[in-house]
Design a protein around this ligand. Structure first.
Ligand code: ATP
Length: 238
């Protein structure tokens, strides 16, 4: 499958929850076929930024463009149809539905022309073996695979992953991270939100460090010192 390269650009994005100002004018960009990481401590506004893209944050202002198309103000369904998929923190599977039923939701809400269910089972053989089982019977790592598979079945141009490693054993997290280069090879851009600095920077072409709703540092992970990242991650607490 070949895909035209595209860019996802956020410019001066703000998120308010009522009077609470969670994201303060964030400007970031992600490219197709690359991994872009967003790091930051608890409450830094990482999830709110991903949710803003998908139309699920509080009140959002600013520009969110996929190529030349403005996504801000669209419904979640429309944004998914334009080619953005979110793997949400906590996975949000339907626990009593089977693996296959959970996965098929991606096909139903997404863009036509994406991978097939059998391709997802090639990527995650254990899901093929357990396709008829209820999602709640799977391990945490397998449930995360279902959430990623469901997102891939929407045929995304960009895959947004919110803390997919949370609560999982390191070996399982390694398996999930090994998938990212394969996803990028298909021309999909991956945006990874993580609290784990080392893991996130190891895979990314570009990173954004968030602190209290603002981007405090950005660059190519190879050209920034670890000390600088830690300082900007913790701010005055470092
Ligand atoms: P975490 O790692 O804890 O998910 P984060 O960097 O993803 O952190 P957000 O979840 O975006 O941060 O939260 C940013 C701020 O917005 C926090 O202070 C949080 O309490 C607040 N917030 C998030 N969602 C809501 C909401 N639905 N209503 C009110 N405040 C919210």
């Amino acid at each position: 499958m070949t895909m035209q390269s595209s860019v996802l650009r956020l410019a001066d994005v703000h998120v308010h929850y009522g009077k609470f100002h969670a994201v303060h004018g964030v400007t970031i960009q992600a490219r197709s076929g690359e991994i872009t990481s967003i790091i930051g401590a608890n409450g830094a506004g990482k999830s709110s930024t991903l949710k803003a893209i998908i139309g699920q944050a509080g009140t959002v202002s600013g520009s969110i463009r996929l190529g030349s198309e403005e996504l801000a103000g669209r419904t979640t369904r429309e944004v998914i149809r334009k080619g953005i998929a979110l793997v949400p923190e906590g996975r949000w599977l339907f626990p009593t539905l089977s693996v296959e039923e959970n996965l098929s939701i991606g096909t139903q809400v997404g863009r036509p022309g994406g991978p097939t269910m059998s391709e997802i089972f090639d990527w995650f053989p254990v899901l093929g073996e357990r396709r008829s089982q209820a999602a709640r019977e799977l391990s945490g790592g397998q449930q995360q695979m279902v959430a990623i598979g469901r997102a891939l079945l929407t045929n995304p141009k960009f895959l947004l992953c919110d803390e997919i490693s949370l609560g999982l054993a390191p070996i399982v997290v390694n398996q999930l991270y090994e998938l990212f280069p394969r996803i990028c090879e298909r021309g999909i851009g991956v945006v990874v939100v993580e609290q784990d600095i080392a893991r996130s920077l190891a895979v990314a072409s570009r990173f954004y460090c968030f602190l209290e709703g603002r981007v405090t540092l950005t660059g190519d992970p190879n050209s920034v010192s670890r000390e600088s990242v830690v300082k900007h991650y913790f701010g005055s607490r470092a």
